[in-house]
Design a protein around this ligand. Structure first.
Ligand code: XMP
Length: 319
């Protein structure tokens, strides 16, 4: 792609100009954005870059291994795998408000990055895969007052106390452009085509209080759901798909016993940039088969619902 080739060269020039011979750390989330940012910055400044994958304990099943493995096997980028799940889960204990969850997680991310900036030779720069829609999501809706729907993303700069400058080479791009840039940089197609995954991870797919038990159930249900989507060849037609575990138990019957387990909601949407979205029109066969599999295979869930809300008026995530 000619345009992306030119964009890449210009972005590399700007990164070099900004960081000089300084050290940079880049938080890898496993998503397309941070991966593309990392590979681009690595092309620009080589070993001045260290990546940090923070395992928050809020990742999906097998995700940490997948991301770390992909980077270790394909790239020569120094990578720190920081297992901080206890730190995050302890801090989130008893927290049920979505914005408090985001702020708690955002603050801990910065603590962790600062800690590793030192071990990365005193990094003065923090790289992020911020996209254009992240920058403009908190704008006003037609005629109404400017209102922040979610304190999404890390837009708006870092807290005063943070001693690092931001490097955000994707700030002008939309998701499809980031994917094109990723291809230009030679990232594997399986990675470039990955669905977006939010920074706060499963925390915002577990409305209400987060517990280790709920996270475990959620991870299993989500894995079955994604397996179904892949098996039916639907993954690439969908912008994002996930399970939310609901903060409610309902009564069911299994064999000749009563169950009293969690309900969950399946979510799948199509979208171009995440700013608006339509729910995905699965067939009833697909939905029925998926519900049966989840209830049979996942201990702790006895009811499955499908969320048919588009955005607006809903948002993609439940929190
Ligand atoms: P919503 O739920 O606002 O999400 O319709 C739009 C897109 O943004 C992702 N998202 C987030 N990403 N931090 C992130 O890095 C967040 O706090 C956050 N909240 C939502 C969401 O997954 C979707 O792709």
């Amino acid at each position: 792609d000619w345009t992306m080739g030119a964009y890449k060269e210009e972005a590399i020039r700007l990164i070099r100009e900004q960081v000089g011979d300084g050290k940079v750390i880049c938080g890898l989330s496993g998503g397309v954005d941070s991966s593309v940012a990392a590979v681009l910055i690595h092309e620009a400044i080589g070993d001045q870059l260290t990546c940090v994958f923070v395992d928050t304990g809020l990742m999906r099943m097998g995700e940490a291994e997948e991301v770390v493995g992909m980077f270790r096997d394909n790239y020569n980028i120094p990578l720190i795998h920081a297992d901080e799940s206890d730190l995050f889960l302890d801090a989130l204990e008893g927290v049920s408000d979505p914005e408090v969850k985001r702020k708690t997680i955002g603050k801990l991310f910065i603590d962790v990055f600062e800690k590793h900036a030192t071990s990365a030779g005193g990094a003065k720069f923090l790289a992020q895969g911020t996209l254009y829609p992240d920058v403009i999501e908190s704008v006003s809706f037609s005629g109404g007052p400017s209102v922040t729907i979610k304190s999404h993303h890390n837009v708006g700069g870092l807290p005063e106390r943070m001693d690092m400058a931001l490097v955000e080479p994707l700030r002008e791009l939309f998701k499809d452009e980031v994917r094109a840039l990723g291809r230009e940089l030679g990232l594997p197609e399986s990675f470039v085509g990955r669905h977006p995954f939010p920074g706060p991870g499963l925390a915002i797919r577990c409305p209400g209080e987060i517990t280790a038990e709920k996270l475990e159930i959620l991870r299993k249900a989500d894995a079955v759901y994604l397996d179904q989507i892949r098996k039916h060849g639907l993954y690439d037609e969908i912008w994002q798909a996930f399970v939310a575990i609901l903060p409610v138990r309902t009564v069911g019957v299994m064999g000749d016993g009563r169950t009293y387990d969690f309900a969950c909601a399946l979510r799948a949407v199509t979208s171009v940039d995440g700013m608006t979205a339509d729910y995905y029109p699965f067939s009833h066969e697909f939905l029925g088969e998926t519900a049966t599999r989840i209830i049979n295979e996942v201990n702790g869930i006895n009811r499955v619902t499908y969320d048919i809300t588009s955005k607006p008026p809903g948002t993609i995530e439940w929190e």
